[in-house]
Design a protein around this ligand. Structure first.
Ligand SMILES: C[S@@+](CC[C@H](N)C(=O)[O-])C[C@H]1O[C@@H](n2cnc3c(N)ncnc32)[C@H](O)[C@@H]1O
Ligand code: SF4
Length: 368
């Protein structure tokens, strides 16, 4: 039996109310009405054309803003997918606290969503405005309360740090408020200035390296004390609440991506193949089943694998490398010995040392 998680199903919803200035996800400001039925039909056609056989262990409805879609639409989609989802599959929906109608969370839960990921980002009203968010702190609290009341017992909050002019105490205040809402999982991301975003065109003043290091040290201590175990570079969970879908990515597992701009990855006839879909909703809708495939050359596999697996605090067993890449350990052994001699990796497990985790980008470079 293969103890590794997967395969996963990623479903992309490419629209948002407006574009946040830091975001480079495939999200398009909704202009006019949302054609729920048209997009739903496209997703189902896409799935049927590309899903192959077998059942999916996880499904992740991400965006964009999937919560723009009504619970009835999500229910209709999940009903079609249900026979192809494993029993007990983790089914996540990303929700923007500014785009969920009152009472909708219970309906999403009844539609079959069993994990909710809420984009909080910060609990400072002024910071949320600066980040172009369409909600204030109160809506985040309301969203969590309504989600719990609606029956969700697996909730993630996304919070960012290293925000414009943020001081360590501001970042900690955000975390304290996040923890006070008792989420099961917390994704705590450092803000990155992505090319071609509004923040890249007009860079805001962000904290320097030493301020970031101070935030990280204090933030991690706060989260540990509150019972959240760091299991991936940016992911913290209460015991048992680790995100199974993201673990598919981090263990370099297979996943099908459907929807505009969705990426996928699968092993076929001993080769790792990446798939992609047109990013523009208009183009995607013309031919939802169409998919571009690009085989990953063997020489690129170690780098891609390590880029994912080394993010995991516990790492993975060595045989996972062979299971997922189809390559012998000897293909990376000399590099591994080197990074181990430098104190970046452990000798017998695919795992970064605490020092290696702090310098993950540099560590991964050795395998690229
Ligand atoms: C696809 S978005 C999520 C959900 C929803 N659209 C929302 O924003 O509420 C996934 C998460 O990635 C994080 N993120 C997006 N852009 C980022 C950036 N430039 N740097 C760091 N984190 C970022 C945010 O925390 C965001 O909630
Ligand atoms: S709401 Fe989320 S996906 Fe949409 S633009 Fe903002 S961060 Fe990006």
């Amino acid at each position: 039996m293969n103890p590794l998680p997967g395969p996963g199903l990623y479903i992309h919803f490419p629209w948002c109310v407006s574009k946040c200035p830091y975001c480079d996800f495939n999200s398009h400001p909704l202009d006019g009405d949302l054609d729920e039925n048209g997009y739903l039909a496209a997703l189902i056609g896409d799935f049927e054309a590309n899903a192959g056989d077998g059942r999916f262990a996880t499904a992740f409805l991400g965006g964009g803003t999937p919560s723009l879609f009504s619970a009835a639409a999500i229910r209709a989609l999940l009903e079609r997918l249900r026979p192809r989802l494993a029993e007990g599959a983790e089914i996540t929906l990303e929700a923007n606290p500014g785009v969920v109608e009152h009472g909708a969370f219970g309906a999403y839960r009844q539609a079959g969503i069993n994990r909710l990921s809420i984009g909080a980002q910060s609990f400072s009203g002024a910071m949320l405005a600066r980040l172009g968010r369409i909600h204030g702190p109160d809506e985040i609290e309301r969203a969590v309360a309504e989600a719990r009341a609606g029956g969700f017992d697996n909730i993630n909050l996304d919070v960012m740090y290293g925000l414009p002019e943020q001081r360590a105490e501001d970042a900690l205040a955000d975390l304290k408020q996040a923890v006070a809402l008792e989420p099961d999982h917390l994704s705590w991301y450092q803000l990155t200035i992505e090319p071609k975003t509004a923040f890249a065109r007009h860079p805001p003043p962000t904290p320097d390296e030493s301020a970031i290091a101070a935030m990280e040290e204090a933030g991690r201590a706060l989260l540990a004390k509150a019972g959240y175990r760091r299991y991936e570079i940016s992911a913290y969970a209460r015991p048992g609440a680790e995100c199974r879908h993201n673990l598919v990515y981090w263990t370099f597992g297979d996943y099908l991506g459907i929807g505009a701009g969705a990426a996928g990855k699968r092993r076929r006839a001993g080769q790792v193949v990446r798939t992609s879909k047109p990013r523009q909703p208009r183009l995607y809708l013309k031919d939802p089943g169409a998919v571009s495939e690009s085989p990953v050359p063997n020489r690129e596999l170690p780098g891609e694998f390590m880029m994912n697996a080394l993010r995991l605090v516990e790492g993975v067993e060595r045989r996972t490398f062979t299971d997922r890449c189809g390559l012998p350990w000897s293909s990376v052994a000399p590099t591994w010995e080197r990074t181990t001699a430098m104190g970046l990796t452990e000798p017998s497990r695919i795992r970064a040392t605490p020092f290696g985790l702090r310098h993950l980008d540099r560590l991964v470079q050795f395998f690229l």
